[in-house]
Design a protein around this ligand. Structure first.
Ligand code: TSJ
Length: 646
C-alpha cells in the first residue's frame, strides 16, 4: 500500500523527474567524479557516505547507535536509531523527502527542516550517489508509528514509498548492493578497512555507539566490533599512543576545547618517547589528510605557547634561542577536531581545510588554555620542555655530522678520511670491514693485529670515557660521531645513500662491561635513528671478545660466556688453567686477532632492527631522569645479540 498523501510518482513525471534521471545518469557515467574512484576505495566510500548521514543525525542529538552489517552477495546494511528520514511530501518537489534524498543529486543535508547546522562539505550529499551506483537499494524509515519502505534499482524508483508495518521505534535502515558493472575491480568489502574508519568516527563523536558486523556466510568468519568512546578524542590519543608502542611522558592526555559562534574546536595531546610526530586533524569528522588552517593553527600556537611559558618561567634564559616547532612536536601525539557550518576544502584531494576563522579559534584555545595548563602543571611543563631541548640537541648534532660529510665530499676531491681511521688497503666494499673500537689501547692492538688488506680500524674517544659521569646524551650531543659518519661514507638521514657505503661489515668492538654497553647503545641508537637502512640490510655487527681462555697443556678454548667456560672445563676433564680477559685493551695484537678479528675463528653477532630498537629505548632511558632504571642497566649491563654469524 502507498501512503495516502502521496500521488504515485509514475503519474508525476514532470521536468523534475527528468532532471532526476539526468542527474543520476551523470553519476553512473562518471562515477569517479562523485566518489573519487571505482576501485576498492570508491566501493568503501559508499558505506562512509551512508554512515555519515547517521552520524549527522547523532551530532544533531537524535541518534546514539549505528550498526553496519556486511551481508552475502556484497550487500551492506546501515541501521540507525535516529528520527528517520522525513517521509512527508517535500513542498518544492512534490514527492516524499526520503525519495528526494535518494533520487536528486546534492539534495542531502539541505532538505527537510533546513538540514543540519554542522555538516561537512560532503555529508549528506551522498545518498543519491550511492543509490545511482547500486544495482539495488532499499530504504526503511520508522517514524514512531509506521514503517515505510522504498526500493530503487540503479537509482531508479521501482516501488513507491509504501507503509509496510507499525512500530513505536524510530530510525532509518538503508540496504544496498554496489553495482558490479560500476565497481569492476572488486565488490568485496574489507572488514578491517571499514573497522578502521568506523572506529575513527566513534572516537570523533564521543558517546556514539557504532557496531560493525560481518554476516557474510560465503568466505568469511563471522566477526564483529563495537566502538564506543566516552572520552572521544582523548581516547583516540590514548589509542594512537598504544599503537605506537611508546611510553607517554605526560601523566594523562591534555584536552583543550572551545567554541565561537557555531564553530567548535577540540584538541587532545600527549608527548611520548617517540621521535616522530603524529598529529591527526579532522573537520566535521572528515580526516583532513593534508591538514589546513586548523592543523597549522595548532602547530603554530603550540610552539608559541611552549616557548612563551619556557621563557616566562625561566626554563630558557633571555638570549637563548627559541625552541623550534619540530623540536617541540617530537614525540607529540595529537588529535585536532573542528566542527564548522561552512567547511571549505582545498587541495587536489579535497582533504585540506581552508577556513581561516577556525585557525584563529584553534590558536586562541591553545594560547589561552594550554598556557594555563602549563602554569597549573609545572612538572608536566618541565617534561615537555626538557624533551624539546633534548630533541634540539640531537638535531644539532645530526646537522653537524651532516655538514661534516657534505663539506668534505666536495666535487672533484675525495672525502678526506678522519685522522683516527686506519683504513684498509682494499677498497672493495663487498669484502672490507671496519671495526669501531672503544679506546685507544685496544685500537692500537687492533691496528697491529688486523688483516690490513681488508680490515680498517676506527678508534673512538682517545681516552676511554667514564660514560657514567659524562652521560650518554652529552656524548651524543656533540660531534664525536662525525668520524664514524665520514668513514662509512653514506651520509645520514635524508641524505643517506647506501651505494656509497665503504665497507661490507661494520663491527662495533667494545668490552663486555658497563662502558662497553653504553657505547654499543649509543652507536646502535645513532644507526637506528639516522642510518636504519644499515641495520635493515644487515651491515652492523657486534664483535664478541671472549671472557675466558680455558687451557690445559697446549689445548685451549676461548669462552664467551660463563656457561661456555664451565663446558670447556668439563670437556678438558678439569685441572685446567683459566685466564680471564679483562678487556680488549689488555689483549695483545695476536690475541685480538685470534679471538676477535680473524674471520675463521671469531664470533660476530649481526644486529637486527629489534636489537636496535631496544638500544634506542635503553638510550632514552639512560637520557631520562629516572635513577632506578639507570642503576639497573648498569647492573645488568645489557647485551644486544641475536643471529649468530661466524
Ligand atoms: F544516507 C541516507 F540518506 F541514506 C541515510 C540517512 C542513511 C541512513 C542509514 C540514515 C540516514 C538518516 C537521516 N538518519 N537520520 C536521518 N535524519 C534525517 O534525515 C532527519 C530527520 C528529521 C529531521 C527534522 O527536521 O525533523 C531532519 C532530518 C535531516
Amino acid at each position: 500500500m502507498s501512503i495516502e498523501t502521496n500521488t504515485p510518482i509514475t503519474e508525476n513525471y514532470d521536468e523534475n523527474s527528468i532532471q532526476v534521471l539526468e542527474g543520476l545518469e551523470a553519476v553512473r557515467k562518471r562515477p569517479g567524479m562523485y566518489i573519487g574512484s571505482t576501485g576498492e576505495r570508491g566501493l568503501h566510500h559508499l558505506v562512509y557516505e551512508i554512515v555519515d548521514n547517521s552520524i549527522d543525525e547523532a551530532l544533531a542529538g537524535y541518534c546514539d547507535k549505528i550498526v553496519v552489517e556486511l551481508l552475502d552477495d556484497g550487500v551492506v546494511r546501515v541501521v540507525d536509531n535516529g528520527r528517520g528520514i522525513p517521509v512527508g511530501i517535500n513542498p518544492q518537489k512534490g514527492i516524499p523527502t526520503v525519495t528526494v534524498v535518494f533520487t536528486i543529486l546534492h539534495a542531502g543535508g539541505k532538505f527537510g527542516g533546513g538540514g543540519y547546522k554542522v555538516s561537512g562539505g560532503l555529508h549528506g550529499v551522498g545518498a543519491s550517489v550511492v543509490n545511482a551506483l547500486s544495482s539495488w537499494l532499499e530504504v526503511e524509515v520508522k517514524d514512531g508509528k509506521n514503517v515505510y519502505k522504498q526500493r530503487y534499482e540503479k537509482g531508479v524508483i521501482v516501488t513507491d514509498l509504501e507503509k509496510i508495518g507499525d512500530t513505536n521505534e524510530t530510525g532509518t535502515t538503508v540496504t544496498f548492493k554496489p553495482d558490479g558493472k560500476i565497481f569492476t575491480d572488486t565488490t568485496v568489502y574489507d572488514y578491517d578497512t571499514l573497522k578502521t574508519r568506523l572506529r575513527e568516527q566513534a572516537f570523533l563523536n564521543a558517546g556514539i555507539r557504532i557496531e560493525l558486523v560481518d554476516k557474510r556466510t560465503d568466505v568469511f568468519e563471522p566477526k564483529s566490533d563495537e566502538f564506543y568512546y566516552e572520552g572521544g578524542i582523548r581516547s583516540y590519543v590514548d589509542f594512537l599512543l598504544e599503537g605506537m608502542k611508546k611510553e607517554s611522558l605526560n601523566s594523562e592526555v591534555i584536552y583543550l576545547s572551545g567554541a565561537r559562534g557555531d564553530e567548535t574546536a577540540e584538541i587532545a595531546l600527549i608527548w611520548s618517547t617517540a621521535y616522530d610526530t603524529k598529529v591527526m586533524s579532522f573537520a566535521n569528522t572528515l580526516h583532513t589528510i593534508d591538514g589546513g588552517t586548523h592543523e597549522q593553527g595548532f602547530k603554530q600556537s603550540l610552539a608559541n605557547t611552549v616557548n612563551k611559558y619556557a621563557f616566562d618561567f625561566k626554563h630558557l634564559k633571555e638570549g637563548n634561542p627559541r625552541l623550534k616547532g619540530e623540536d617541540i612536536t617530537e614525540g607529540l601525539v595529537a588529535v585536532v577536531s573542528v566542527k564548522l557550518a561552512d567547511a571549505q576544502f582545498e587541495s587536489q584531494t579535497k582533504a585540506k581545510l581552508g577556513n581561516t576563522s577556525i585557525g584563529k579559534l584553534v590558536r586562541d584555545i591553545v594560547n589561552d588554555k594550554l598556557y594555563q595548563f602549563l602554569e597549573e602543571h609545572p612538572q608536566e611543563a618541565k617534561i615537555i620542555i626538557d624533551k624539546s631541548i633534548a630533541s634540539s640537541n640531537a638535531r644539532e648534532a645530526a646537522q653537524k655530522a651532516r655538514d661534516a660529510t657534505r663539506n668534505k665530499s666536495g666535487i672533484g676531491g675525495r672525502t678526506r678520511m678522519p685522522e683516527k681511521l686506519k683504513d684498509c688497503i682494499s677498497n672493495d666494499p663487498e669484502k672490507t670491514e671496519i671495526f669501531i673500537v672503544e679506546g685507544d689501547s685496544a685500537g692500537g692492538s687492533a691496528v697491529e693485529g688486523r688483516n690490513s688488506t681488508y680490515q680498517a680500524i676506527l678508534p673512538l674517544w682517545g681516552k676511554m670515557l667514564n660514560v657514567e659521569k659524562a652521560r650518554v646524551d652529552k656524548v651524543y650531543g656533540n660531534d664525536k660521531l662525525t668520524p664514524v659518519v665520514i668513514a662509512l661514507g653514506t651520509g645520514i638521514g635524508e641524505n643517506f645513500d647506501i651505494t656509497r657505503l665503504r665497507y661490507d661489515k661494520i663491527v662495533i668492538m667494545a668490552d663486555a662491561d658497563v662502558d662497553g654497553s653504553h657505547i654499543r647503545t649509543l652507536l646502535l641508537t645513532f644507526f637506528f635513528r639516522y642510518m636504519p637502512e644499515l641495520i635493515e640490510t644487515g651491515h652492523i655487527y657486534l664483535a664478541q671478545p671472549p671472557l675466558y681462555r680455558v687451557m690445559k697443556g697446549k689445548t685451549y678454548f676461548d669462552a664467551f660466556t660463563e656457561e661456555d667456560r664451565d663446558k670447556y672445563i668439563e670437556q678438558l676433564g678439569g685441572n685446567v688453567e683459566i685466564q680471564r680477559y679483562k678487556g680488549l685493551g689488555e689483549m695483545n695484537p695476536d690475541q685480538l686477532w685470534e679471538t676477535t678479528l680473524d674471520p675463521e675463528r671469531r664470533t660476530l653477532l649481526r644486529v637486527n632492527m629489534a636489537d636496535a630498537e631496544l638500544a634506542d629505548e635503553t638510550f632514552t632511558m639512560l637520557m631520562g631522569d629516572e635513577v632506578e632504571p639507570r642503576r639497573r642497566f648498569i647492573e645488568e649491563n645489557a647485551v644486544f645479540a641475536t643471529d649468530l654469524d661466524i
